[in-house]
Design a protein around this ligand. Structure first.
Ligand SMILES: [Fe+2]
Length: 447
């Protein structure tokens, strides 16, 4: 099977063409028959003259280790030569504290507009916030991407981070060492640290959000008393089948390493893995498969109940990053203020709107837009949302046509110069709470 210039495994076992189901499975896939060694990893000579190589996403001694054995046309050392530093001024890494920017505040942005300038996955990344420290592998960054141009003979990988990609407009193809992932709005992709890939525009222009995770990998959250089902189910995550290119053309590989960018020149496509097996792989996931669980009698639970993926910080229950989804769902709670309540949170919350209207903010938080409620800064419904929810006749009510998400981190998020000065910041966002009235006058029973 030919696909995007790559030769792809015609995998009869794949439930969805081109993908294999199951989060953190020990997958095996080959684009040519017999390319995978049987019963061992490192035979004296690999079939087809391939080179065996292990890609480790965790320390060797991690439990469980996450690693993938690749059988490739050339070992990766042939896809990496001398590096030159390059400047990508819009892609920032933590720590990145701009002395001219005030990160303390409640912020909201309109969608970052597309431009006529050709922008690829690498040049179109616009960092909004950073948190933690990329050098010590803690924290994260949030980005908006604006992509209208495919990478051609040009490849990228990040040694710094795993990328969680949340498309909002357009369709992208991630042609990776381990196979092809196509994503569109309402889906996400997870690209692991160290994986080489090229991004092509299938339908543009493309805009979306990226959470760059410097720390421990994303995993499925424990469901606790919810049990074995609902929320994100492992079978709905899909890893690609093997795909390779045998193409000898001058090419470049850009590498993100300790917050800096470097480029190396090679003479062939590095996407040359003919077969692989292991549990360190890219995934896609359809957010429409997420099964939300909520309150079915009264009160409004914490948003953690909508966690899709969590990246641990080493402190149990306190995530480096939670990826949280607010999607269509029924509201049935009796005698309850149903929207998110007013709160202050030690965690820092960056939200994005994929489509529709978010229940705590009927106006102003629009598809493609973002908001930031930083560490310990109060926020909650605006006056319109408060009054509507306080006076509604409560019956079963479906929140329809809505999909927003949150990148929530235990670390404060610092705005970049781009977020503060170039992106379409709504200067009046803080005013959305101005009209909230004092209702208290000491009269008991007053509501
Ligand atoms: Fe919040």
């Amino acid at each position: 099977m030919k696909h995007s210039g790559l030769t792809v495994a015609d995998d009869g076992n794949a439930i969805s063409k081109g993908y294999m189901p199951g989060w953190a499975n020990d997958f095996e896939t080959e684009a040519l028959p017999g390319a995978l060694p049987i019963g061992m990893n490192s035979p004296q000579r690999c079939n087809y003259g391939l080179y065996g190589e292990q890609l480790s996403g965790t320390a060797f001694t991690a439990n469980p280790p996450e690693r993938t054995w690749c059988y490739r046309i050339r070992p990766s050392v042939k896809h990496s030569h001398r590096y030159e530093k390059i400047d990508l001024p819009y892609w920032k890494s933590a720590p990145c504290i701009d002395p001219d920017v005030i990160s303390l505040g409640q912020y909201r942005w309109d969608p970052v507009e597309h431009t006529d300038k050709p922008l690829t996955w690498v040049t179109g990344m616009r960092t909004m916030t950073t948190a933690g420290d990329v050098n010590t592998q803690v924290g994260m960054a949030s980005h908006v991407y604006l992509v209208n141009t495919s990478m051609v003979d040009d490849y990228f990988f990040s040694a710094d981070s795993e990328l969680l990609v949340v498309p909002q407009e357009g369709r992208l193809r991630f042609a990776t060492e381990l196979g092809i992932i196509d994503v569109e709005p309402k889906e996400i992709a997870i690209i692991p640290r160290g994986l080489v890939y090229r991004v092509e525009v299938l339908e543009g222009p493309c805009r979306g959000f990226v959470c760059e995770n410097y720390g421990q990998k994303f995993e499925l959250p424990g469901r606790g008393p919810i049990g074995a089902n609902c929320m994100a189910n492992p079978r709905d995550f899909k890893a690609p089948v093997a795909a390779y290119e045998d193409r000898e053309v001058p090419s470049t590989v850009t590498m993100k390493w300790c917050g800096q960018f470097h480029v190396t020149k090679i003479n062939q496509s590095p996407l040359d893995v003919v077969a692989w097996h292991g549990n360190y792989a890219p995934y896609k996931y359809d957010l429409r498969a997420y099964c939300p669980v909520g309150a079915i009698l009264f009160d409004h639970p914490d948003p953690s109940i909508f966690t899709v993926l969590t990246a641990p910080s080493g402190h149990p229950g306190t995530a480096n990053i939670d990826f949280v989804l607010f999607r269509e769902r029924w509201m049935v709670m009796e005698d309850t203020f149903r929207p998110p309540w007013y709160h202050k949170n030690i965690m820092s919350e960056l939200m994005g709107n994929i489509y529709g209207q978010y229940d705590a903010k009927p106006q102003g938080f629009v598809p493609g837009g973002m908001s930031l409620h930083n560490m310990m800064l109060p926020h909650g419904p605006d006056k319109e949302a408060f009054e509507k929810a306080s006076n509604a006749n409560l019956g079963p009510d479906k929140l329809d046509n809505t999909m927003s998400f949150m990148f929530e981190t235990r670390f404060p998020q610092h705005l970049t110069g781009f977020a503060a000065k170039e992106a379409p910041l709504q200067d009046d966002y803080i005013d959305c709470w101005t009209d909230i009235e004092k209702k208290f006058d000491g009269t008991p029973g007053k509501k």
